[in-house]
Design a protein around this ligand. Sequence first.
Ligand code: ZN
Length: 400
Amino acid sequence: MRIACHFLAGFILTAALTLTNGNADTSAVDSPRAKNIIFMVPDGMGLAGVTAARIFKHGPNSGRLSFETLPVIGYQSTHSADSSVTDSAAAASAWACGEKFNNGEISCHDDNTDGICDRTPAPTILDLAKALGKVAGLVVTSDITHATPAAFGANVHHRRCEAEIARQYLARDIDVLLGGGIAKNRAPCKRSSSGSDDPDSLLAAYRASGYAIIDTKTQMNNAVTDGHPKVLGLFKPDGKTLEMFRVNPDIAYPRQEPTLPEMTAAALHLLSRHDRGFFLLVEGSQIDWAGHDNHLKNQIAETLAFDAAVQEVLQWLSAQPNRRQETLLLVVADHETGGFAINGPRGSLAAKGHFVRDGWTGDWHTAVDTLIWAQGPGSPRFGRALDNTDLYGVIKRVLK
Ligand SMILES: [Zn+2]
């Protein structure tokens, strides 16, 4: 009986503490407001990919990747409206609008599969930021009109409608666009608004709207120095050069092509000149592509390039006293790719600079939950089990 009483008292005390913590947590995160949102996506990165990259960079016993140092860690389920295994379009649309979408849809509910968005989704996070007078940027290592950035800056029935996505970026007046290609995917799109799908015509429309159109690192640096208000940087036709090629002295690569960390730093310079704050999406797009290829070395290289971009953000946050308090930083993968696992070495420790023994369950995405790292206003709300649609509400709440 005494044991039972102790148990009951312990239960009540535990329940009271839980309630107290819950209340305190709520009040603590309700008041903060974020001037800036930096949303960073290691596309297709699972926890095993984090482990493999960390071992390669630091060895097993010391050092963390930059995003691992963020104080809040949670995880999210990733299924789309019509599939346990999501694609990047539905996953990014879930973040952007806080709703489930079918695979392939870009922040658009094409219920009748006729190329028309039948139900109006919530405004995207980028739209919310723009409505508050903020500026916005998309920085990726894929084509700039690829699925993940598209979900924040367009509403189209299918990810392949890249010309329409480019038109909608322009209509939304997205201030900084850095990545590869534009409207290169010419697969038939059932329905698009008026306007040519020809890339040259699209670029002419951007130019007429005051964008500086650049395609080299030097031009990007000049745009930063000049403080050009609108920049469209397209550095390679079909996604950026793989990081493994950059570090291999035997392989010629376009040395005038900026890296993801360099593009991130440039975007931060350009966007942070505005008093009202900004929304910035940064995507390490090709971690996913390495997963599709079951290519461990590329996966690690792309993960480390993404992490270097996170390091750029952390340095920017530390450079002025108020930035950390004013900025919500999120690092979250949309899904895992390849079913990547670490099967060894067994009986010895993989050291710094070594590759783990890899195993893969397939060449497409998996349905496993993905991790969230966060810091800044509202970030404690990410430190739990969430669904990918939950991120929207937290961001909407802290945006000011
Ligand atoms: Zn993929």
